[in-house]
Design a binder for this molecule. Structure first.
Ligand code: ATP
Length: 234
């Protein structure tokens, strides 16, 4: 089976500071994967590198077998914090932009997701709360029909009830062969969704395991993840 994401010997420095080093990571098609790590571990940076938003890294990144930045972008969906739009931009205007830029953008899918998220297309960005903006990012991201979805801490501002509904629906929004990488500090809420976990620690991939393997040892994902940090504190 072709790898959906392959990262080889990735190293990234910014302002002479080492941010990520010796990252090697391979993801298969059809997986839901958590990217876990503490504040500043490098989760956002890694997603920005995969999506070619951050450049000047060393090493190689392939998405669906493509290394060139423009080709990679065509095979992944990542909504980088709605940067580039002003506060007065309406949701409907962002959607028009997406339709022009992304050939795989599905307007019907967006409208369904927007309704699910209870967002009004005529709202301006300035009128949206943090949680509403996050809902918009999730709706935009999943309205593209592509191979890899990157979600960077998608739920931090979304209230618990809506979060539960969104998490249990995510699996329905992706094609069978698509892979989703979701970053978060916690694992408990998304645990039921996950096939694999990737943990970034000390600037590199500290572990990459299937949830099956962790649970086979009678450990919950939450205990496993917290255990990694507790060992260090002893
Ligand atoms: N523009 C920047 N210039 C210099 N260093 C940066 C920049 N952006 C991030 N960093 C540094 O890169 C490291 C990784 O940050 P990153 O935002 O990727 O972490 P994260 O795991 O997403 O954190 P969080 O969970 O807090 O969102 C941090 O040490 C941070 O200080």
């Amino acid at each position: 089976m072709e790898n959906l994401l392959q990262i080889k010997d990735l190293t990234y420095r910014k302002n002479q500071k080492s941010i990520l080093k010796n990252i090697n990571l391979t993801l298969q098609p059809g997986k839901i994967v958590a990217l876990l790590g503490e504040n500043g571990a490098g989760k956002t940076t890694l997603m920005r590198i995969i999506s070619s938003t951050a450049k000047n890294y060393h090493g190689s990144v392939y998405v669906a077998g493509r290394e060139k930045e423009a080709e990679r972008k065509a095979h992944l969906s990542f909504t980088d914090g709605l940067t580039g739009f002003t506060d007065s931009t309406r949701i409907s205007e962002i959607v028009k932009f997406y339709e022009v830029i992304y050939q795989d953008f599905d307007l019907e899918e967006f409208d369904q997701l927007r309704q699910f998220m209870r967002l009004d297309a005529s709202s301006r960005l300035a009128e949206l709360s943090k949680g509403m903006r996050e809902k918009l990012v999730i709706a935009l991201t999943f309205s593209r029909k592509t191979d890899l979805y990157l979600l960077d801490e998608p739920f931090s501002g979304i209230d618990a009830m809506a979060r539960k509904k969104i998490i249990s629906s995510i699996i329905l929004w992706k094609a069978e062969k698509a892979t989703i990488l979701i970053s978060d500090h916690f694992v408990n809420e998304i645990a039921s969704l996950l096939d694999e976990v990737v943990i970034i620690k000390d600037k590199t991939i500290y572990c990459h395991k299937s949830t099956e393997e962790i649970r086979a040892k009678n450990e919950s994902l939450e205990d496993y993840y917290e255990g990694l940090y507790e060992k260090e504190e002893e």
